[in-house]
Design a protein around this ligand. Structure first.
Ligand SMILES: CC(C)[C@H](C(=O)O)[C@@H](O)C(=O)O
Ligand code: SF4
Length: 469
């Protein structure tokens, strides 16, 4: 009998092409997603050395970061820098024979949303993209992580990647979530617990009753933010929820191939007694809705709590950095989070731009009006999410409430396109990063769940969604 292995061990082992004595491995890569920001030099490198893309059919390219989210984008992208990057990807994809979704394609969207939608993301696979939130795809029990541009070139040319094995961490979330508390609150609570460096050197497997009860959308929200907890990848073992989501997706296996795939996918779980280098436990039943107060995703507080006082932090450097965060955010210790007013709301991103997220927002805002002091936008994560939302009439609910209903893209998750905060504007955002300047120069970001963002848009300040009616 071989030693019991974790899910991560199994997927890693199944993809090793070569292992050196020092532990350096060459891993086979099953799927490569490409976007416009981190691929131009990679394609240029291939061109300069006269190489081709080794497996174009295992590569999928899409524009997301730079595309405007306004309706008139079909008439061309006005911002020159953005247009150049978008045009470069279109050309590179055509030259190298890679399938490409342009901003005019209804399948276009954020790279981490379209992979799963197309069935390009499947359990047991190794998946890479020149983007840190590639960890999202781990929700399917795939080993998925971000890579740098030189690695993008390496994968394009060889369909392999040089890797060292990471350590195993188990995050066990037991119990059932209370009403109004969701996947976003779980992952913010985990990051609050382990810190943004807590996962460094690990691949995290999320397990436990609360994780099992989540939809694929919720699981993607969790795995998406693994990188914010310092881990390069997060994993959730595939189960019936996963298989039901994947079935009949355009690129999912069909017929006999489906049956064979399913037999394999069912083996993708951590063996009884497998070793984890670190175990973190959380009780879902005790979780409140969470809001970040600072400029790091670990700066979390319950919505019923107050802006914390850094004076209580022992470590001098940490204390100084939290004072700086307070100043940047324009907040005073002791202020109740529900007294913090907001100027903007951003609902979207690869963390929370999927159909279930939008349904949660609709349930909260239906029949209500966005606070007149708030500018609120909803950006579907993909063209297919948008079409689904419109088929369900969610767009009507949003528009009638006074939300701006946009075209798909990364949008205000990061200030790389026209959607951005003005200096000092305060935003309730469903995205994953609240770093200084992330949503615009001097912009102030508070990370929250979709339901909490919807409620904040109506109220004009943070509210405890558990009291919402
Ligand atoms: C632009 C890209 C390289 C970046 C990432 O890697 O994550 C972006 O998607 C982000 O969320 O900051
Ligand atoms: S939505 Fe945000 S986090 Fe996701 S890929 Fe785009 S910029 Fe990165």
């Amino acid at each position: 009998m071989s030693a019991p292995r974790t899910l991560y061990d199994k997927i890693f082992d199944d993809h090793v092409v070569d292992r050196q004595d020092d532990g350096t491995c060459l891993l086979y890569i099953d799927r490569h997603l490409v976007h416009e920001v981190t691929s131009p030099q990679a394609f240029e490198g291939l061109r300069m050395t006269g190489r081709t893309v080794r497996h174009p059919e295992k590569t999928l390219a899409v524009v997301d970061h730079n595309v405007p989210t306004s309706k008139d984008r079909v008439n061309g992208i006005k911002n020159e820098e953005s247009r150049i990057q978008v045009e470069a990807l279109a050309k590179n994809a055509a030259d190298f024979g890679v399938e490409y979704y342009s901003e005019k394609d209804r399948r276009q969207g954020i790279v981490h949303i379209i992979g799963p939608e197309q069935g390009f993301t499947l359990p047991g696979m190794t998946i890479v993209c020149g983007d840190s939130h590639t960890s999202t795809h781990g929700a399917f029990g795939a080993l998925a992580h971000g890579i740098g541009t030189s690695e993008v070139e390496h994968v394009l040319a060889t369909q392999t990647l040089i890797q060292r094995k990471a350590k195993n961490m188990l995050v066990q979330v037991d119990g059932q979530l209370p009403p109004g508390v969701g996947a976003k609150d779980i992952i913010l609570a985990i990051i609050g617990e382990i810190g943004t460096a807590g996962g460094t050197g690990y691949v995290i497997e999320y397990a436990g009753e609360a994780i099992r009860s989540l939809s694929m959308e919720g699981r993607m929200t969790i795995c998406n933010m693994s990188i914010e907890g310092g881990a390069r990848a997060g994993l959730i073992a595939p189960d019936e929820t996963t298989f039901a989501y994947v079935k009949d997706k355009p690129r999912a296996p069909k017929g006999a191939a489906w049956d064979m795939a399913l037999d394999y996918w069912k083996t993708l779980k951590t063996d009884e007694g497998a070793h984890f280098d670190r175990v973190v436990r959380l009780d879902a039943a005790k979780l409140p809705p969470i809001v970040t107060w600072g400029s790091s995703p670990e700066d979390v507080v319950s919505v019923t709590g107050e802006v914390p006082d850094p004076a209580k932090i022992e470590d001098e450097n940490k204390r100084a950095s939290k004072y700086r965060a307070l100043e940047y955010m324009g907040l005073t210790p002791g202020t109740k989070m529900t007294d913090v007013t907001i100027d903007r709301v951003f609902i979207g991103s690869c963390t929370n731009g999927r159909i279930e997220d939008l349904r949660q927002v609709a349930a909260v805002v239906e029949g209500k009006k966005v606070n007149p002091k708030v500018n609120a936008m909803i950006v579907p994560g993909s063209g297919l999410v948008k079409a689904q939302a419109e088929a369900e009439g969610l767009d009507r609910i949003f528009i009638e409430a006074g939300f701006d209903w946009r075209e798909p893209g990364c949008s205000m998750c990061l200030a790389m396109n026209d959607d951005r905060l003005a200096p000092h504007e305060r935003c309730a955002s469903t995205s994953n990063r609240n770093f200084e300047g992330r949503q615009g120069f001097k912009g102030r970001t508070h990370l929250v769940s979709p339901a909490m963002a919807g409620a904040a848009a109506i109220a004009g300040h943070f509210v405890d969604i558990r009291d919402w009616s």
